[in-house]
Design a protein around this ligand. Structure first.
Ligand code: HEM
Length: 348
């Protein structure tokens, strides 16, 4: 559902009925929506990027090394061709945005002078926006739900907060017939934003495994600079290791543990092990500076809404109990090979 909304934000239309034939490595062809085609192909591309030889040879990502990679490239080109044709049809007036005031991403890009004659860049921006928003949010929510199953006392506190901050005020203010909870009305933004405990849990989840990946996309130095003991030269490529800063034992007490209370200013865990305030950049799940995550407010709000509705509606248990003590990676380079199966029981 979330990726369907993002597709509408990107194109100004719900394209769920359009299916693309995506090849899989077992020889099958899946007919997938644009959102799912992007998701699956992006996953394949990440696997390709992770091929060990690419760590040693620069620019090898441009080439397909085997039949599977050639297949991924065909899938990626198919998606790009679809988007390119869609853009041309929009310019020719064959499709139009149904979003109020043409506030969709494509309309904005087409109206921007910089993108005139840069059709391929518009495709890049749309794909980038889709991946940046969906893979991150989905992983953040999935990780949070997993932590709730692993930590029943936190889950209890979360469910109590949903009851106190959302359900009861809703029943009192809107007095629905028979006290029947209309999820859409109850989980309205003005109530959802009062979920303080949720915020602590979500921050802790993003600290443990930054949903955008363990490291920031590479940056190229525009001038010489000295960073600590290291001399960086203009043209050098630098990456920030989020995971490292999020687990730095000089900044965080018991860094590998899931402790949402460390976000409570009244808790002793709020401070560094030396008892000082944590560094401003010790926690950067949305990066920072000019290239800070464009959707960080939307991400926080949509995650709160989606995850709290799920927690309000279902109880979960792991099918394989080993997951009570193990957590797979939950970020955009996550491979879906290792699936965590849960049994979901509706609450009512
Ligand atoms: C939990 C959810 C999310 C996390 C953790 C997250 C994190 C990040 C991070 C770390 C970056 C910087 C990447 C880099 O430069 O290396 C980024 C960029 C970006 N994010 Fe998010 N993001 C999330 C959700 C979203 C959502 C919901 C949207 C859109 C609605 C979004 C849109 C973007 C865009 C467009 C960029 C590129 C910005 C630029 O380079 O100018 N993100 N995000």
């Amino acid at each position: 559902m979330f990726s369907r909304i993002i597709i509408e934000i990107c194109f100004g239309e719900d394209l769920e009925d359009i299916l693309l034939p995506i090849e899989r490595s077992d020889g099958s062809v899946l007919h997938l929506s644009i959102a799912n085609s992007l998701r699956v192909t992006f996953q394949d591309l990440f696997l390709k990027a992770g091929h060990p030889i690419r760590a040693f040879v620069d620019n090898l990502w441009r080439f397909a090394l085997n039949a599977e990679e050639r297949q991924t490239r065909r899938n990626a080109l198919l998606i790009r061709d679809f988007i390119t044709k869609y853009i041309r049809d929009r310019v020719a007036g064959k499709n139009k945005s149904s979003v109020k005031e043409n506030a969709d991403l494509l309309s904005h890009l087409l109206a921007n002078e910089y993108f005139a004659e840069r059709e391929s860049l518009i495709v890049d921006e749309i794909v980038d926006f889709f991946i940046a928003s969906t893979q991150t949010t989905a992983n953040g929510i999935a990780h949070l739900l997993m932590k709730m199953v692993q930590n029943p006392h936190c889950n209890k506190q979360m469910v109590e907060e949903i009851q106190n901050v959302i359900i009861e005020p809703y029943l009192e203010e809107e007095k629905p017939a028979g006290d029947k909870v209309d999820i859409k009305a109850a989980f309205a933004p003005e109530r959802v934003e009062n979920m303080e405990f949720f915020e602590k849990v979500f921050k802790e989840v993003l600290r443990l495994d930054p949903a955008a990946g363990q490291a920031l996309a590479p940056r190229v130095m525009t001038r010489d600079e000295r960073l600590g003991q290291v001399n960086l030269r203009k043209g050098d490529t630098v990456m920030v290791h989020y995971w490292g800063t999020h687990h730095n034992p000089e900044e965080w007490q018991r860094p590998s543990e899931f402790l949402p209370e460390r976000w409570d200013p009244k808790s002793p865990l709020y401070l560094t092990p030396k008892g000082t305030k944590r560094h401003h950049y010790s926690f950067t799940p949305f990066a920072g500076g000019d290239r800070v995550c464009f959707g960080k407010t939307f991400a926080a709000y949509s995650s709160k809404t989606v995850a709290s509705i799920i927690l309000h509606s279902f109880d979960f248990e792991f099918v394989d109990k080993k997951w009570m003590n193990q957590t797979p990676w939950f970020n955009i380079i996550t491979s879906y090979d290792e699936v965590v199966h849960v049994k979901a029981t509706p609450k009512m």
